[in-house]
Design a protein around this ligand. Sequence first.
Ligand code: SF4
Length: 201
Amino acid sequence: MNAMKPPKVVPFKTNLSLGTDLLGQLLEKGKKYGLNAIFPFSTEKIILAEWVHLKCRYGCSKYNTNWCCPPATPSPEKVRNIIGEYTTALLLVGTKKCSDFYRDNQRKRSVQVRCWRGTVGLERTLFLEGYYKAFSLVGECCALCKECAYPADCRFPQEKRPSVESFSIDVIGTLKNLGKMTRVETDTGATYNYYGIILVE
Ligand code: SF4
C-alpha cells in the first residue's frame, strides 16, 4: 500500500515574513502576464489623495460604468481606513505598449484581461501561503467583459477588484515616495510601465 503524503501545513501569517523564495515564485508567475518586478513596501508610503477621485469623477469615461471604478468602489475616507489595516504591500511593475493606451480595441482588452487575472492569481498564491488578508488593486479598469454589467450584477464576482486609481492612490506620488523614477511617455511607439498593488498584511 502506498503511504499517503501528508498535506502541506500552511500557518496563517501575521507579520512581515515575505521571503525571497516567495517573492521569486510570485515574479515567475507574474512574468507570464508582463510583470518585470515586484517590490514589497510599507503601506505608510502609499499616498492617498482626494484629487485622484476627482480625476475619476471628471474626465474619465469609465466613471459610473464599471464595478471596479468609482462610485462603485470605496470612498477616499473608507480607503484610508482600509489601508490603515495593512502594514505591507507589494508593488507590481509591468510594461505595456503605449500605442494602445487610448484605444478601446480587442488587443488592448486581451492584455488588460491577462494582467487582471494574473494579479488576482498572485493574490490567490499569497492566500495559499497563509497571507489571508491579501487583496489586489489592479491597474486600469476591469475589462473581463467587453461591456461591464454595471449596475446589474457582476458576471465574474470572484475576480472583481477595485482598480488602483479607484482607491484614490496617487500612484506617481507613491512611486516618488518609494524612490522609483517614472515619466510621462509621449512617444506612441514606446512601451510604458503600469502598476498594480497587492495589500498583503
Ligand atoms: S467582471 Fe465584467 S461585470 Fe464584473 S466588474 Fe469586470 S467588466 Fe464589470
